[in-house]
Write a protein that binds this ligand. Structure first.
Ligand code: PFF
Length: 478
């Protein structure tokens, strides 16, 4: 059997789609999108986001997927196979992925805590206490943070150990439809609440005012959000593409994934913002919106229905988070497994279990400060460790505000946009758009938009990626 077949493939196109959508739909959609939309003028944010998703996101995703399938390798091997000079691009992506994993698992653990809490609350067991102060108290409760971080990491590892078809595909084929229906139920319930209309007006009411005051601010926030939300820059779509049979249509899959990811983000906005409107809470809750603000929403709903809605909501966020974190880990695991196959090590699965275990332990160790600094409260604020700015005794500057921000700056701030910028430039000016479209054509359907993609890869996508990179650097160091 060839290495390509031994590495594993998706059992069906539906399975691949669900896994790729699972990767894209995550905390970025349900946490990031609503709060960034809440802080950046609602409608205009949505508009800018959609434009960027088509001209930048779609092109980068299609490029990654085609490179993965063409080379049949994880990130490190794929870029090396295309060009000796750019082999390091793959490593950039692998390192970015691992750094993201370290904090994404902590955030996933936080969501898990809320899902478990609401589940128990449905049976009359209150583990939250005063909802107004729970979030702050939980953040600085190191033991609880670490316990849920570890639990989430174990579930994550168990799925990745199951392999591409038996673990990742099987999980997503159940989780994605479940997530969609749960989101729909919560959305309909929120829509029936008096006062929700104000939230929809904020999202869909045409209003260009915010662009006049802070054009660049809106564009750079939307650009960063789009990029993270579509799982780009970490060679995840590349890795998943490397498991895709040639008979499948890369272009069609890309369009579906981008559309679905955007749909879920908008639906999440249509839950969170109208819920705030209906229950008299501020949209601008920033990162606390998903936890502190939404908890107040469910508290204000009250009684069994409040607990039930709370459970459904946080459980769906949990599904979104874990389907993304397994993809993040798969990029790193695939790199090791590929190497084992090349060196004939690791037996039938290429040492997948061992690789997953080692990476999980490493992520647990490196994620520890993220879980323990109370997201920047530091020891003075009751947490167990200090944030980087406190340790270094320097002014808080975005990148050093808390350990999560430091990790985020390295990965999402620099490595990921830089890698994708170079990838787009390589496609546009060296490897050629034809290489991507010829890979797409292998399914037997002629790819559309040759001119369009040519212009995008050469000019528009790199400019878009420059905006992402610039926006990230300004937001961390500006
Ligand atoms: N797209 C995921 C989200 O929206 O939460 C996060 C993510 C997953 C980013 C995988 C990058 C990645 F490669």
């Amino acid at each position: 059997m060839s290495d390509h077949h031994r590495r594993g493939t998706f059992g069906s196109n539906m399975g691949f789609l669900m896994a790729a959508v699972g990767s894209a739909v995550g905390l970025g959609n349900i946490w990031g999108f609503p709060y960034k939309m809440g802080n950046n003028g609602g409608f205009v944010f949505l508009l800018v986001y959609l434009i960027l998703a088509v001209f930048v996101g779609m092109c980068v995703m299609m490029g990654e997927m085609a490179i993965g399938r063409k080379t049949r390798q994880g990130p490190a091997g794929a870029y090396r196979a295309l060009s000796q000079k750019f082999g390091w691009l793959g490593w950039l992506a692998v390192i970015a992925g691992f750094v993201i994993l370290c904090f994404y698992l902590v955030l996933g653990g936080m969501v898990l805590r809320y899902a478990v809490g609401y589940f128990l609350a449905m049976f009359g067991v209150d583990t939250f206490g005063d909802p107004a102060s729970f979030f702050g108290a939980f953040l600085t409760n190191g033991w609880s943070m670490v316990a849920f971080f570890a639990l989430f990491a174990i579930i994550n590892a168990a799925i990745v150990m199951g392999g591409v078809e038996g673990g990742i595909e099987r999980f997503n084929k159940f989780a994605m439809p479940a997530l969609f229906f749960l989101l729909l139920i919560v959305l309909i319930y929120v829509a029936c609440q008096p006062g929700a209309g104000e939230g929809y007006r904020y999202i869909f009411g045409v209003n260009f005012e915010p662009l006049k005051t802070d054009f660049l601010g809106v564009v750079k926030t939307a650009a960063g959000q789009m990029f993270f939300s579509l799982s780009l820059g970490m060679a995840i779509m590349l890795t998943y593409g490397s498991y895709l049979p040639e008979s499948e249509n890369i272009q069609k899959n890309t369009v579906i994934i981008v559309a679905f990811d955007t749909l879920i983000a908008i639906m999440a906005g249509m839950v969170v913002l109208p819920a705030c409107a209906a229950f008299g809470l501020d949209y601008g809750g920033g990162p606390g919106l998903l936890f502190a603000t939404m908890q107040m929403v469910f508290h204000n709903m009250g009684g069994f229905i409040g607990n039930l809605m709370g459970f459904l909501f946080y459980f769906l966020v949990f599904l979104a988070a874990i389907s993304s974190s397994i993809s993040i880990m798969e990029g790193t695991v695939a790199t090791r497994v590929d190497r084992n196959f090349r060196e004939n090590k690791g037996g039938k699965s290429g040492g997948r279990r061992r690789a997953s275990l080692i990476i999980t332990i490493a992520a647990l160790v490196l994620g520890l400060p993220v879980a323990l600094d109370g997201l920047g409260s530091g020891i003075a604020g009751g947490a167990l460790v200090n944030a980087p700015a406190q340790i270094l005794n320097i002014a808080v500057h975005g990148w050093n505000d808390c350990w999560l921000d430091l990790y985020d700056m390295i990965s999402e701030g620099i490595l990921m946009p830089l890698g994708s910028l170079i990838m787009a430039l390589c496609i546009g000016w060296s490897w050629g758009t034809d290489m991507i479209l010829d890979e797409c054509a292998k399914c037997g359907v002629k790819p559309w938009g040759r001119r369009f993609f040519e212009v995008c890869y050469k000019v528009i996508t790199p400019i878009g990626m420059l905006i992402v990179l610039y926006g990230q650097i300004v937001s961390f160091f500006g």
